[in-house]
Design a protein around this ligand. Structure first.
Ligand SMILES: NC(=O)c1ccc[n+]([C@@H]2O[C@H](COP(=O)([O-])OP(=O)(O)OC[C@H]3O[C@@H](n4cnc5c(N)ncnc54)[C@H](O)[C@@H]3O)[C@@H](O)[C@H]2O)c1
Length: 442
């Protein structure tokens, strides 16, 4: 490894996960199984991807861990919070994502991961009724209790560093509300005044993590850290934040496939995405207020890749007076499929002289199997970013996220194009590794 200014990944890395459901347990089980040599971490960029560093005769293709100091899987310690008290083994069995044979070899380790009491408000996820919940009078008390959890976990497990990852249910939609979310002082005042309408429990987790010197990653589409008040806190504490919403199935396909249409200057008149999903995530998203949060996140992907304003002939059509192609996203709760989501995309495109054509994509995926490697990569890379002295929104992590954070107060546009995101990811790793960032396609 070249000389870099990034601090080494010494000591244990505590990964504290909000939620102990399908994604969290699939992630933890996979890491523990990989550590024992009983599974392969397929889909993880930090474990498999290789990238070029140097040019011409100096070019080399290296794994990330040969370029930058990444935490090793052996150094990870897991903790979690959940509304339900079942330990990680019981929850992994309940979720039925993985087969028993892939869980039992790490049963002992999973049983030791017992969720701490959740900072929870039923109004934010009406369909959940667990009682492993903190008794807090205000949002500020939630923050203080969570900070104490983080401190205790860190000390008890002798961790050198902590990362907090949200893999809990999608909360109801909390639109950005300037008087509360605009500044850190306003957010703190609202927490102390127990403004439950504008301060979601997830904001308390994020506030607690950043204040305890831990990066925070938002894996659901919640607004949580996507507000100026949290950007201010992450600047103040010099901690990285990343979000929102893991880019796993349908949106991965969308952000990878839509560049084909754009690159060949074909037209788009409509994109209809629907899917069926039967796990607890699907149950929560069956509630219209929770689905709204997801819908906003899923809809944002296409608009920055196929831009009506840049190509009105190609993307300026549609049934809205002044906008664009018709874009619709649906999620249907359908219990028999559990975590095995099936997605259908119908894409109406048009070509030479406006002649219409159709493309159909049918993705029979496994939600948590796709999300688990993202959890690992986001945690390891956020920890890396913190050691590299990077703080605030980590745009290089957009590759993993459906609705990447960006400074919308300055009209900044998010990058949704999968291959541009990949370039951003590689360049950030190159830079942190002491190499020149470059734009070449390789
Ligand atoms: N799997 C994917 O492909 C994917 C993709 C993008 C986003 N996500 C998001 O990841 C999240 C997790 O998905 P999942 O399939 O594991 O869901 P899940 O329902 O299996 O697990 C979520 C867990 O979070 C717990 N929880 C809810 N609110 C909490 C709180 N305030 N504090 C602590 N725990 C809380 C719930 O009790 C539940 O056990 C969801 O928000 C989902 O939308 C998943």
């Amino acid at each position: 490894m070249k000389q870099t200014s990034v601090k080494p990944a010494e000591g244990k890395l505590g990964i504290m996960i909000v939620g102990n459901g399908a994604v969290a347990t699939t992630f933890m089980t996979g890491v523990l199984m990989t550590r024992k040599g009983l599974a392969k971490p397929v889909g993880s960029m930090t474990q498999y991807d290789k990238m070029r560093v140097g040019r011409g005769a100096d070019a080399k293709y290296l794994k990330y861990s040969d370029i930058v100091p990444l935490a090793r899987l052996d150094d990870i310690v897991f903790g979690c919070w959940d509304v339900y008290p079942q330990n990680a083994f019981q929850s992994a069995m309940y979720c039925e994502v993985l087969k028993e044979k892939d869980i039992l070899p790490v049963r002992d380790e999973l049983e030791k991961i017992v969720p701490m009491k959740a900072a929870f408000d039923k109004n934010y996820a009406k369909r959940l009724d667990g009682d492993n919940v903190k008794d807090c009078k205000t949002r500020w008390e939630m923050v203080e209790a969570l900070r104490e959890d983080i401190r205790q976990f860190k000390a008890a497990n002798e961790c050198a560093r902590i990362v907090v990852l949200w893999a809990a249910s999608t909360e109801i939609y909390v639109p950005v509300y300037e008087p509360v979310h605009g500044t850190l002082a306003a957010l703190e005042a609202a927490m102390k005044a127990n403004d439950c309408e504008h301060v979601a429990p997830s904001m308390c987790y994020a506030y607690a993590a950043l204040s305890e010197g831990a990066p925070f990653i938002m894996g659901a589409p919640n607004t949580t850290v996507d507000i100026p008040a949290m950007w201010e806190l992450s600047d103040k504490t010099r901690m990285p934040i990343a979000g929102k919403d893991f880019k796993t199935g349908q949106t991965l396909v969308k952000s990878g496939f839509s560049p084909i249409i754009g690159t060949r200057c074909l037209g788009l008149s409509g994109w209809f995405s629907t899917n069926i999903l039967g796990n607890r995530d699907g149950l929560v998203l069956d509630e219209p207020a929770n689905f709204r949060t997801k819908e906003v996140s899923k809809l944002s992907t296409l608009e920055t890749i196929l831009k009506p304003s840049a190509q009105p002939d190609l993307y300026g059509h549609g049934n809205d007076e002044d906008t664009q192609y018709y874009h619709k996203v649906r999620i249907n709760y359908y219990p028999p499929r559990n975590d095995n989501k099936e997605g259908w995309d119908n894409i109406d495109i048009f070509g030479w002289m406006g002649y219409p054509m159709q493309i159909k994509i049918n993705f029979l995926c496994r939600d948590s199997i796709l999300a688990a490697p993202l959890c690992l990569d986001l945690c390891l890379l956020s920890d890396l970013a913190a050691r590299a002295g990077r703080y605030g929104i980590q745009r290089f992590l957009s590759f993993f996220l459906k609705s990447p954070m960006h400074d919308y107060t300055k009209n900044e546009e998010p990058v949704n194009h999968l291959y541009q995101q990949y370039t951003m990811l590689k360049n950030a790793i190159r830079e942190m590794g002491g190499y020149e960032a470059d734009e070449e396609i390789d």
